[in-house]
Design a protein around this ligand. Structure first.
Ligand SMILES: NC(=O)c1ccc[n+]([C@@H]2O[C@H](COP(=O)([O-])OP(=O)(O)OC[C@H]3O[C@@H](n4cnc5c(N)ncnc54)[C@H](O)[C@@H]3O)[C@@H](O)[C@H]2O)c1
Length: 286
């Protein structure tokens, strides 16, 4: 497989990340088979892509007459058999091992043997996911950031089994998407979450211990460290349940107490205070 032989890409999952990934591939000229399990999820994903393209037009990043061309490259499908035509595939189904296993094994069975299969997992071992397939050397992690059309970074995660060719081609493909790929070896939390989540956790400890209010913690980090968003604002945006889950993965993966989740964070998740999506987190969104 060479970079120029990739024309059609399958994206599994049309949710938050999947529709963003489909968007950037279609924008870069690739044909995209966007697969989800139900029509309504595809419809919602396509609507989001339409809105995000409009936003790019407003910002002058996309010509108005190009929107139709980009949308025309996207083919929403529920029939999994359709992905057999893909030259590259990215999985973005929910972060649940049973769903990942089912989706990856199905894709592995349908895709041509030379096709690279990438996962957008944010916390599951890419090495363990590669081992579920019959193409472990053609398996790689492609950790896009949310919102995908806006964020430059893709952490390209090398599983123990990933071949040099697979890795190099995936890095090249990210460049073709106009992204900035960064090479990272497979380890719990990769680099992004291993560095970010302890920051968020420590910010939560500051609030729990009464050191400062959420507003004050975020103000220190924004004005003092030039972070565009405070860590608690960011935690609310990511979802406190997602943050807690990743901290638990780091804690278990390293067996190191420095990753122990802040009890306040755990309590807030138990209360259903998940951040922006639930209307309440470190801040209120009513
Ligand atoms: N949301 C984020 O900020 C973020 C950031 C980086 C990475 N990730 C990772 O991206 C992946 C997807 O997360 P998300 O936030 O987009 O989830 P999401 O719940 O928004 O979307 C997942 C979609 O996958 C669909 N789906 C379920 N089973 C499927 C199958 N077998 N085939 C095709 N589609 C299927 C669901 O119907 C849903 O529409 C996860 O692994 C997550 O850890 C998320």
């Amino acid at each position: 497989m060479t970079i120029d032989s990739i024309k059609t890409v399958a994206v599994l999952g049309a949710g938050t990340m999947g529709n963003g990934i489909a968007h950037v591939f279609a924008r870069a000229g690739y044909y995209v088979l966007l697969r989800d399990v139900e029509e309504r999820f595809l419809q919602r994903g396509m609507e989001t892509i339409g809105k995000n393209l409009d936003r790019e037009i407003k910002k002058g990043k996309l010509a108005e007459n190009e929107k139709g061309t980009v949308l025309g490259r996207l083919k929403p499908v529920t029939d999994i058999a359709a992905i057999a035509a893909a030259d590259f595939a990215v999985e973005a189904v929910p972060e649940k091992i049973d769903l990942k296993r089912a989706a990856l094994m199905e894709a592995d069975r349908l895709l041509r043997p030379e096709v690279i299969l990438a996962s957008n997992t944010s916390s599951i071992s890419v090495t363990a996911l590669a081992a579920l397939t019959k193409r472990p050397e053609k398996f790689v992690g492609m950790h896009f950031m949310n919102p995908v059309p806006v964020m430059q970074l893709v952490e390209v995660i090398r599983a123990l089994q990933t071949s040099d060719e697979t890795f190099a081609l995936t890095m090249q493909l990210c460049e073709k998407l106009g992204k900035k790929p960064v090479a990272v070896n497979d380890a719990p939390g990769f680099v992004s979450n291993r560095v970010l989540m302890p920051l968020i956790n420590e910010a939560a400890f500051c609030v729990m211990e009464g050191v400062a209010t959420p507003e004050a913690v975020d103000a220190v980090m924004k004005m003092g460290m030039n972070h565009p968003m405070g860590p608690l604002e960011l935690a609310d945006f990511i979802g406190l349940d997602v943050c807690l889950h990743i901290l638990d993965v780091l804690h278990e993966g390293f067996g190191d107490s420095k990753y122990r989740a802040c009890p306040l964070l755990r309590k807030m998740v138990a209360a259903g205070w998940l951040g922006r999506k639930s209307g309440h987190g470190f801040y209120s969104y009513t």
